[in-house]
Design a protein around this ligand. Structure first.
Ligand code: AMP
Ligand code: ZN
Length: 493
């Protein structure tokens, strides 16, 4: 097995990856809250973890990948007071909360498919685990880290921090937090402003509600991830991921809950945080109004977009950045990605046609290239370095295709294995499927219509040479122009 190093957000160090129970790996990633269409920023986070998942499997681990769907408990404003994000849409549209959930879960799945992001092994929902959440709250209460007030239950951060550290992941000091957090209106039933809800009493207007030992209510947002990760991966597991913006309070609260319920001081061995997709330096977010949907991206139908880009171009653009760095969206960067990907794809196509010699070319070292590719990914999943290495190999392939050098049969086979392994299995860059084909069919038929019009214009101006040139060129491509009283049209021969 290759030595893999992962930047652990908890220790802030690059650490050798040693799973608790190799070759098995447990990985939990916070999934979407399904109350709106997915934007491209969300896609980036799920894509980053898709490549991590793919690479772990590629080097031989058997990964149980759990990525949840948040369908209750995430309140507007991300705090403990206010309306449920999903409940609010349901109220405004006069539909069932579960209709909202279904609609946006379908959208999320469609988008994941378009970008070739693999499904997780388990995709649990918060509403499907209410019983487990209630019993977890009971355990936390028994351990003395939670209290009930008026039908709601809160986690006591102060009590917890007497026994365990709180704030390590996000680097916050509890005393500073206590001093800096003012008591906002409506939070008065908490003993401390830092405390967070495990269970909230549902008032009459609240649509999603369940019976509990504390009355009718609903679970707090952070609890589902603690409960579902423990249920499917155990009290201690290998990797927990999510977007950087979830570090505090969400992941900090998750850690406290896991420890508070199970008394396991290190519930997660490696924390991995994906960085944000930005637009002009600002996080892409629904609330910023700078988020576009994947559909807008593909069609180009958005003010930030000069034109449309294919899903694989976008995937490649994102992988040209390291997951832990911010990535700024721009048309220039997408166009550069498009060119780069075409160059790679052309080289892979040329590779497929290469005829090998019986002897290896001793000037070319395919093993060294392969080692570089693995070394890049083993260094905290460094996809930009991997891509740079794949481009190094393109020079060799193109030289062989041009006849400037000759490669041995075995070397060609090794290159094929390397490129299909890293490009398809690890980076997930597949040749564009039906979306691209449909799009390019539209494009070529529009172009043909345009050429037919240009020929008609030329004829009207008695520019016979241009008119003939258009007809002859199209004829060479297998397209016939027919002239009739109604005008001209084209067809495939
Ligand atoms: P949400 O549905 O808001 O809970 O977000 C789902 C996931 O998308 C979370 O892991 C967020 O961290 C992530 N996310 C949200 N905005 C961005 C962004 N601009 N760039 C990258 N990831 C994001
Ligand atoms: Zn979560």
């Amino acid at each position: 097995m290759h030595p893999l190093y992962i930047q652990n957000s908890l220790s802030r160090k690059k650490e050798l990856f040693e799973p608790l129970n190799a070759p098995h790996v447990g990985m939990y990633v916070c999934g979407p809250t399904v109350y709106s269409n997915v934007h491209l920023g969300n896609v980036r986070t799920f894509l980053s973890f898709d490549v991590i998942y793919r690479y772990l499997e590629f080097i031989g681990y058997k990964v149980r990948y759990v990525r949840n769907i948040t369908d209750v408990g995430h309140l507007v404003g991300d705090a403990d007071e206010g309306e449920d994000k999903i409940g609010k849409i349901a109220r405004l549209q006069k539909i069932e909360p579960m209709e909202v959930v279904q609609k946006y879960t379908n959208d999320f799945h469609d988008v994941m498919r378009v970008f070739n992001i693999l499904s997780p092994s388990i995709e649990p929902t918060a509403t499907g685990h209410i019983i487990e959440q209630i019993s977890s709250i009971e355990k936390i209460m028994e351990n003395g880290y939670a209290y009930e007030v008026n039908g709601s239950v809160y986690f006591s951060v102060r009590k917890f921090s007497e026994d365990y550290p709180y704030g390590e992941l996000s680097g916050r000091k509890i005393d500073e937090l206590m001093n800096n957090t003012r008591d906002l209106d409506g939070q008065s039933e908490k003993q401390d402003p830092l405390d967070f809800a495990l269970w909230k009493k549902a008032d009459d207007s609240h649509l999603m509600r369940w019976p509990s030992p504390w009355g009718i209510g609903f679970p707090g947002w952070h609890l589902e991830c603690s409960v579902m990760s423990t249920k499917y991966l155990g009290e201690e597991f290998d990797i927990h991921g999510g977007g950087m913006d979830l570090k505090f309070p969400h992941h900090e609260c998750e850690i406290a809950q896991n420890i508070g319920a199970n008394k396991t001081p290190n519930p997660v061995k490696y924390w991995i945080h994906g960085n944000m997709l930005t637009v002009n330096g600002r996080k892409m977010a629904k609330s910023e109004g700078n988020g576009f949907t994947p559909e807008e991206l593909i069609t180009g139908n958005h003010k930030l977009l000069e034109r449309g880009y294919s899903p694989m171009t976008v995937r490649f653009f994102m992988l040209m950045g390291h997951y832990a760095s911010t990535l700024d969206f721009s048309n220039d960067a997408l166009q550069a990605a498009e060119k780069g990907l075409t160059k790679l794809n052309n080289a892979v196509e040329a590779l497929g046609k290469l005829q090998g010699a019986s002897e290896d070319n001793n000037d070319i070292d395919i093993k060294a290239l392969s080692d570089k590719c693995f070394a890049a990914m083993n260094d905290d999943f460094n996809t930009p370095i991997l891509i740079a290495s794949l481009f190094d190999g393109v020079k060799t392939i193109n030289s062989a295709a041009d006849g400037r050098i000759e490669l041995g049969e075995g070397q060609i086979e090794d290159l094929k294995k390397l490129y299909s392994g890293f490009m398809i299995d690890v980076l997930g860059l597949v040749s564009e499927g039906s979306e691209r084909a449909e799009g390019s069919e539209d494009l070529s038929s529009n172009l043909l219509d345009l050429l037919v019009e240009l020929r008609a214009d030329a004829k009207e101006k008695k520019d016979w040479s241009s008119a003939d040139r258009i007809r002859n060129t199209l004829s060479e491509m297998g397209i016939t122009i027919k002239d009739s009283k109604e005008g001209s049209s084209w067809s495939h021969e």
